[in-house]
Design a protein around this ligand. Structure first.
Ligand code: GDP
Ligand code: MG
Length: 179
């Protein structure tokens, strides 16, 4: 294909994997990113890969999102370790248990660093920011863990505005491109 500036680059691709304890909101974030809508009840046992053509910094990119469902924490990681170009590790700010759960994923990723490129970016996401009244995990706790595991860190809510959810997915794509 040619454009006014010569050859148009073929569409880039980027594979994102969402990890985290059950109930932290991985599917709600995925659905929000894909449809701009918050779906409050989503099959908790469904794991799937979705695809969306996105423009990130005016560059077309096909983003594939693997919305994982591990009932027993980080086991059987092979399916995503070498597939991923970036990881979004999610917990909910109103659940200390989910915060502990997400650290198991971060530890697992750091143990398997050799399986995937050690450059593969990891983004730590504190979800359910709308539940601030019931917060169990402080922002500084999130930041400390992000620093320890060399991740970027965002707090977000799957039921609030679409743009802040889109931002973390696009940020994952940007970081994957740079890695
Ligand atoms: P998953 O197991 O990580 O995929 O979690 P789900 O996306 O299925 O969400 C689990 C529950 O948390 C559902 O009842 C969702 O409606 C709810 N939930 C997800 N994200 C949010 C959020 O940002 N705020 C609130 N208040 N509830 C959320
Ligand atoms: Mg789910």
């Amino acid at each position: 294909m040619t454009g006014i500036f010569g050859k148009v680059k073929p569409c880039a691709e980027c594979n994102l994997v969402l990890l985290g304890a059950m109930g932290c909101g991985k599917s709600a974030l995925t659905v929000k990113f894909l449809t701009k809508r918050f779906i409050s009840e989503y099959d908790p046992y469904l794991e799937d890969i979705y695809s969306s053509d996105e423009l990130v910094d005016q560059q077309p990119v096909t983003v594939r999102v693997m919305d994982t469902c591990d009932q027993e924490g980080p086991v059987n990681c092979e399916r995503y370790l070498s597939w991923a170009n970036a990881f979004l590790v999610v917990y909910s700010i109103n659940s200390m248990e989910s915060f502990k759960g997400c650290q198991l994923y971060l530890q697992t990723l750091s143990i398997h660093k050799n399986t995937f490129s050690s450059q593969t970016p990891i983004i730590l996401v504190g979800n359910k920011l709308d539940m601030d009244r019931y917060r169990q995990v402080s922002q500084s706790d999130g930041e400390a863990v992000a620093t320890r595991f060399d991740c970027s860190f965002f707090e977000v809510s799957a039921c609030w505005d679409f743009l802040s959810v889109q931002h973390i997915f696009h940020e994952a794509v940007r970081r994957a491109k740079r890695s």
